[in-house]
Design a protein around this ligand. Structure first.
Ligand SMILES: *Cc1c(COP(=O)(O)O)cnc(C)c1O
Length: 454
């Protein structure tokens, strides 16, 4: 077993079960099963201690862009580590964080030029929420303290991020610890809570959103939204034009628009950022997952001059944004992020993505015919296949049946690693995936769905 040195797979499994508490995992079940231990990555593939290969169907939790162990990224990291591994942004500036912010400013929507670094999506959203409220205070509107959110939204797992989230199963337990928000209907067309269908839709959910804004006029600090697609909520794709209408309403009611591009940023939807599809410029934007190509934790909350300049003043005015994380602007992560941006250009990645997105779209059609596929949703190189017990009534499988998980276990036995969102099967591969690999991924998922649901 050369990959793990002198430590056997069995020993690793024992220690894992004894010492590692896995995220979003029922550890009692985890303890019972024989777990796969990954030791190596190559392109879109993960390799375990026994040499088995798995196609990384979820881009290692939606982070991987250019594949695993991409030589140029590895070299950039090695080069940086020999120069400076970390120095703080509290009281000092650092080279890589400066260059990265300047480069990102060139590709983020116009005016989003001020970068506040942190290290993950949740913290980027915490920063966004606190920044938005403190902005209102500085603008003379401390009464504007409410936030508008959407049902089925996911913005991370720290308490502020949970407060602006809307996924019952993750969030209900913590309700006593959360702050209240104004929750608007999700544009979940397959299960429209306003009783509309895609054919009859007049974006009644936008009307509901406007009502919420009218009822709370002058009391709302910001609106928080995942652009184009609610990811963790089940790859819920918004109708075209939805985001633009949200932007217009935020303008009309003078509400800061906070766009969570943590999952959608860095090419996932076919443009660098999802809000660019609709020409939307948010007031605050959170970016993370793909920013450092899946190599290292890095995030930023990006804002416009209007927000940034409201925080300027003499120290005694106490307008300082009192927030910060220890590893803010880590040079290693920034160096990889910079190289990743270079690879986007060098590989012409966004252009190369378009035929893959079309290919995925065409291949997804085959899934619609399956008797237990209720809905197929795609946004760029991300897709969700919602499995249902009854296709006519759209009756969901009881969650206890763990249909999504069972499909993913079948897929794993066939060489694909995937992770479902409830009964929705997720397709979210590294952006560099080839058409052949994409075909393999889809063939395996198709077969796995068939085996489990028929
Ligand atoms: C993953 C995700 C987050 C949270 O990011 P973490 O790095 O896991 O804290 C926030 N928002 C969206 C849209 C995400 O997909």
């Amino acid at each position: 077993m050369p990959e793990t040195g002198s430590i056997t797979t069995e020993q690793l499994r024992t220690w894992d079960k004894r010492h590692v508490w896995h995220p979003f995992t029922q550890m009692q079940e985890w303890q019972r099963d024989e777990q796969i231990i990954i030791v190596k990555g190559e392109g879109c593939w993960l390799i375990d201690t026994d040499g088995n290969r798995y196609l990384d169907g979820v881009a290692s939790m939606w982070t991987n862009v250019h594949g695993h162990c991409r030589r140029e990224l590895n070299d950039a990291l090695k080069e940086q580590v020999d120069r400076l591994e970390h120095s703080t942004l509290l009281g000092l500036a650092s080279e890589q964080s400066i260059i990265l912010a300047a480069r990102l400013a060139q590709i983020t929507p116009l005016g989003l030029d001020r970068f506040f670094y942190s290290d993950n999506g949740s913290t980027a959203m915490e920063v966004a929420v606190k920044m938005a409220y403190q902005y209102q205070v500085h603008a003379g509107h401390p009464e504007r303290s409410r936030f508008i959110t959407f049902r089925h939204a996911y913005h991370g797992d720290t308490l502020g991020a949970v407060s602006v989230g809307g996924i019952g199963i993750y969030h209900t337990t913590f309700k006593p610890l959360m702050f209240e928000t104004l929750q608007s209907p999700s544009p979940y067309c397959y299960r429209c809570e306003l009783g509309c269908s895609r054919a009859s839709c007049n974006m009644e959910c936008i009307t509901a959103l406007e009502e919420l804004m009218t009822q709370n006029a002058g009391l709302v600090a910001g609106l928080v939204i995942e652009p184009l697609v609610q990811g963790a909520g089940g790859m819920i794709v918004q109708p075209a034009g939805f985001l633009k209408r949200v932007r217009d309403l935020c303008d009309r009611y003078d509400i800061l628009m906070i766009v969570d591009e943590v999952a959608t940023g860095f090419g996932r939807t076919g443009t660098m950022f999802a809000c660019q599809h609709e020409g939307v410029v948010p007031d605050i934007m959170a970016i993370s997952k793909g920013i450092a190509a899946g190599y290292l934790p890095l995030a930023a909350t990006v804002t416009v001059d209007k927000v940034y300049s409201a925080f300027l003043g003499s120290y005694s005015e106490l307008k300082t944004f009192f927030h910060g994380h220890t590893f803010t602007g880590n040079p290693l992560a920034c160096a990889v992020a910079l190289k990743s941006l270079e690879l986007f250009q060098k590989d012409n990645l966004l252009a190369e993505l378009q035929p893959k997105i079309a290919h995925l779209k065409q291949r997804l059609n085959h899934f619609k015919a399956l008797p237990h596929v209720g809905d197929v949703r795609q946004c760029g190189l991300a897709a969700g296949i919602e499995l249902v017990e009854n296709k006519e009534s759209a009756a969901a499988y009881p969650w206890e049946e763990r249909v999504g998980i069972r499909v993913c276990l079948e897929a794993r036995a066939r060489g694909v690693f995937s992770r479902p969102l409830g009964n929705t099967i997720v397709i979210f591969p590294p952006l560099v995936i080839s058409n052949d690999e994409l075909d393999f991924l889809l063939d395996v998922l198709h077969e796995s769905i068939r085996v489990v649901t028929e």
